[in-house]
Write a protein that binds this ligand. Structure first.
Ligand code: FES
Length: 148
């Protein structure tokens, strides 16, 4: 068992039944839930790997692939949607070859779809790490991605 998992499990001896906090802690440390981590959590908790996976996949907060270097979020809230947010998302998906929830094969970007960033006046909006890109157009997508 990897050292970091062993360390985490040590602090959970008293609450073996608490799978969700354990999944959260492991993800916080590793950045995602690897196959190995799921398998170790299953052994530790005394439930099957498929049950652990079932619990984790029920919640959107858990990831099964490592995060990319940059987080890329495209807004599909109402204001962004009516101003072409889905075209922006499609362009990003095509440019990067990745779907929302996924990470590019070079681990450069992780793509997510968001319901509203709270800056609807700038719609459609795309956020890379902490940089807000407003009034997006499909032609701006490539330029912006190229900067990261
Ligand atoms: S709907 Fe996109 S920022 Fe609000």
């Amino acid at each position: 068992m990897p050292h970091e998992l062993a360390e985490i499990f040590k602090s959970y001896q008293a609450e073996k039944g608490a799978v969700i906090p354990l999944l959260q802690k492991v993800q916080e440390n590793l950045g995602y839930l690897s196959k190995e981590a799921i398998s170790e959590i299953a052994k530790f908790s005394g439930i099957s790997e498929s049950e652990v996976f079932g619990v984790a996949s029920f919640y959107a907060q858990f990831r099964f692939t490592p995060r990319g270097e940059h987080s890329l979020k495209v807004c599909l809230g109402t204001a962004c949607h009516v101003r072409g947010g889905s075209n922006i998302l499609e362009t990003v998906e095509r440019e990067l070859g990745v779907q929302p929830g996924g990470t590019t094969s070079d681990y450069k970007f992780s793509l997510e779809r968001v319901a509203c960033f709270g800056c609807c006046a700038l719609a459609p909006v795309m956020v890379v790490d902490k940089d807000v890109h407003g009034r997006m157009t499909t032609t701006k997508v490539k330029d912006i991605l190229g900067k990261y």
